[in-house]
Design a protein. Sequence first.
Length: 236
Amino acid sequence: MTVADRASLEPPLEDFSLGQRLFAEGLGTALLLAIVIGSGIMGERLAGGNAAVALLGNTLATGAGLVVLITIFGPLSGAHFNPAVTLVFAWRREISARHSVAYVAVQLAGAVLGVWAAHLMFGEALWQVSTRLRGEPGQAWSEVVATFTLIIAILGSLRFRPDATPVIVGLTITSAYWFTASTSFANPAVTVARSLSDTFAGIAPVSLPWFIGGQLVGAMAGGLIGGWLFRQERRP
């Protein structure tokens, strides 16, 4: 299936102005981070020191929130909420280079605002820097696997079940929270923003290069393999 064929199955993003699309990307990413950080704080406070219970609460809220956000904003902006996803679609020429740069900018800004919104909700200091180290090689490799899995899930769902994409992405992240050693950040904007929260979901700035590097490698591998795997040959 070509880009044009797949586009015919999706809502025409051109029906919305660039301003609407960028606002949707920024708002969606902000709400995603408010969910990730807020549920992490709530989970930790209610778990009584049980990290597994705290992670479970964080997981369920994030997966459910993704389903809602992608359902709402998908027809408007594509609901990337993730520079790695935007990078893959730019490489596939499904979003222009100029628009992809704008998407990444609002994703990063929205992510930081979402962290601050969560801090305000829970009475935390607005400005924080995480001290939670996540620099082990296994965690960096986990980000390669998690981001690769996410990209494959997105491309596969768009190829075969575009209507199910919100649920597929939500379930992918929900499962990856538990089968990866890093709890599946799989998103450079999320990773940067979480370094600004010294809470359950935080990550120390020194760990960022390992995570973001792994995410970019995983995204490109997913884009390459997914592009080949889901391409349909045309026969006479």
